[in-house]
Design a binder for this molecule. Structure first.
Ligand SMILES: C[S@@+](CC[C@H](N)C(=O)[O-])C[C@H]1O[C@@H](n2cnc3c(N)ncnc32)[C@H](O)[C@@H]1O
Length: 247
């Protein structure tokens, strides 16, 4: 039986919360548990953990506790990316922003991206100091950009670009997009990316808003809902916290 048990619950400061979850698991021994990334399920199939190609790619590239705990989110991305290729939706893949490039790297393995006819455009600032407004991440550093480029060194169809979204998109961006993943924890940057890229998303193309369902990033949902509604789209909030739009 598949179980994914992590103690990673974002924003939880009370240790009794985690003890409660641990107790619920050990007292009742349920099956089909996903505990982590602010999700708690029992009695689920968790079919993605039976998907050998996906699990192999995830285990190969996930390095940290976070990258293990968010496996359901990464599977959602991987499934959607594969569906875009299977449905032959025209256009390239875009991720704003990629941080260490872990999700994108897992997707590349899972969908055999190197043998696809598409290009993957990855953006990030890769570093952080107090003068910068974006969210600091534990592995931001002056060398992260080079590390991410090295992670994709064997992929001629992946371009890693260092720069500030949305402005950098005026310099480097595909004309036609099939898969657009926004994950910047910042409403202004994501609306700026939508302004520049959403019209380039092909019919049948996928938009994933990583932070859409999270209370801590509610400002993004409040900006994105009216922006997308004005164009006739309603975002599906997934149990993983991601928001999904099919163009
Ligand atoms: C949560 S991380 C992204 C994680 C990544 N999508 C993944 O799946 O592994 C958010 C990233 O957004 C980047 N970011 C935030 N605002 C940005 C902006 N305006 N331009 C470029 N990158 C930005 C940060 O540097 C950070 O690395």
């Amino acid at each position: 039986m598949n179980n994914l048990i992590s103690s990673l619950f974002f924003g939880v400061k009370n240790p009794e919360f985690l003890q409660g979850i641990q107790q619920a698991i050990s007292n009742t021994s349920p099956e089909g548990i996903y505990a982590g990334d602010n999700i708690f399920t029992i009695g689920r199939n968790l079919s993605f953990l039976d998907n050998e190609a996906f699990v192999k790619a995830w285990k190969m590239h996930a390095e940290t506790q976070v990258e293990h705990a968010i496996v359901w989110r990464i599977y959602v991305l991987s499934w959607l990316a594969k569906s875009v290729l299977a449905r032959k939706v025209p256009g390239d893949f875009v991720e704003c922003a990629c941080y260490k490039g872990i999700s994108a790297r897992i997707i590349c393995d899972y969908v055999d991206f190197i043998n696809s006819d598409k290009h993957y455009y990855l953006y990030d600032l890769f570093e952080h100091d107090d003068a910068m407004t974006h969210h600091a991440m534990p592995e931001h550093s002056t060398t992260l950009y080079e590390q991410v480029k090295a992670r994709f060194a064997t992929f001629p169809n992946v371009t890693v670009t260092k720069g500030f979204v949305p402005q950098i998109l005026d310099e480097v961006a595909p004309e036609v997009i099939s898969f657009l993943h926004l994950d910047m924890n910042n409403a202004a940057a994501e609306i700026g990316a939508l302004e520049r890229l959403f019209d380039r998303l092909s019919p049948g193309g996928i938009l994933v808003l990583d932070d859409y369902g999270w209370r801590a990033y509610r400002e993004q949902k409040l900006a994105e809902d009216p922006w997308l509604a004005a164009r006739g789209y309603d975002v599906l909030e997934l149990p993983t916290g991601q928001g999904l739009v099919i163009k």
